[in-house]
Design a protein around this ligand. Structure first.
Ligand code: FES
Length: 117
């Protein structure tokens, strides 16, 4: 069995070791949908890859997710440009970010995410 977990952030917005939710999945599931099925709502907006409200940091297992399709790539590129303009060049280095409404699981292995904001 493989699981996808959502980590908590503390008051200082730091990621904690504690899981907020942990759910079993099957290959082909979309991250957002997995949690919706158990009534755990990840932050979201449009649910079609255009608004970035569902942005998550993938802390473990990003290689088990599908490559971003054109719409997600375009939205992530805009997000990264804006974020780096605000927080400095390379401020996203080492962080894997994805849109939870678009990222599909392609491999049966554990994944850990945290809402970005
Ligand atoms: S909810 Fe808008 S991009 Fe995912």
């Amino acid at each position: 069995m493989s699981y996808v977990s959502v980590k908590k952030r503390n008051d200082k917005k730091e990621i904690t070791a504690e899981d907020e939710c942990k759910v079993e999945f099957v290959v082909g599931d979309v991250l957002f949908d997995i949690f919706e099925k158990v009534d755990y709502e990840l932050p979201h907006g449009c649910l079609n890859g255009g608004c970035c409200s569902c942005l998550v940091e993938v802390l473990k297992g990003h290689e088990h997710l599908s490559f971003p399709k054109a719409r997600e790539s375009e939205t992530l590129t805009k997000f990264k440009e804006n974020y780096e303009r605000k927080h400095g060049k390379d401020s996203l280095n080492m962080k894997e970010v994805r849109l939870s409404c678009q990222a599909t699981i392609i491999k049966n292995d554990d994944i850990v995410i945290c809402p970005f904001k």
